[in-house]
Design a protein around this ligand. Structure first.
Ligand code: HEC
Length: 168
């Protein structure tokens, strides 16, 4: 027979243990959500990369035959030297990016070097912090300085990578 009002149905639910099951269900949902928090944070970083960088550098960091430098399997090289590490944050499109939140830009740069950089990123490289990014972006590289600066930085950072690999 159907209960005539809500109260009866709540009591019978209690008796049947439905509330307990509901509680357990909620816990499961909460723990799934906690895991999803991390996934969401990563999604936010990837989405920001796509929106603010991917148009030029490619969804996967592959910009193809353009004048835009390739990030995939290459950009991590810059972490071999402090100068290179600073350089990739000081390039105009990064330091002056519309990503104004330093913490988010640090996360995007960490995605760029540790994910897109692949094997080019030296072992033991430290992630960027919001503070580091904050300080570096106060000194953006001037677009006209870029070519000369890049050639020098790349030459020295490649030498630093080679020295690291040789175990010095
Ligand atoms: C409008 C196109 C454009 C956008 C948007 C852009 N970049 Fe770039 N990026 C370039 C170009 C072009 C260069 C070469 C330097 C220059 O001309 O400024 C460059 C240089 C770089 C370099 C130096 C690589 C090297 O090998 O010298 C890095 C790292 C980089 N960009 C990362 C990013 C990240 C991260 C973002 C998003 C926050 C971003 N870029 C947004 C076009 C872009």
């Amino acid at each position: 027979m159907l209960p005539r009002n809500g109260r009866v149905s709540v009591r019978s639910s209690l008796k049947s243990g439905a509330f307990l099951r509901l509680g357990a269900g909620l816990l499961t949902v909460l723990s799934v959500l906690a895991g999803a928090d991390e996934a969401r944070a990563l999604d936010r970083v990837r989405a920001t990369y796509l929106m603010r960088c991917g148009g030029c550098h490619g969804v996967e960091g592959v910009s193809g035959p353009t004048f835009v430098p390739e990030l995939r399997d290459h950009v991590g090289t810059y972490l071999c030297s402090p100068e290179g590490r600073a350089y990739i944050v000081q390039v105009p499109n990064v330091s002056m990016s519309l990503i104004r939140d330093d913490a988010l830009l640090a996360q995007v740069m960490n995605f760029v070097v540790f994910d897109l950089g692949g094997a080019s990123t030296p072992a033991g490289a430290k992630p960027y912090t919001a503070q580091e990014v904050h300080e570096l972006r106060q000194h953006p590289l001037h677009p006209t300085e870029f070519e000369r600066a890049r050639a020098g930085v790349l030459e020295r950072t490649l030498a630093a990578c080679a020295a690291k690999n040789a175990g010095h």
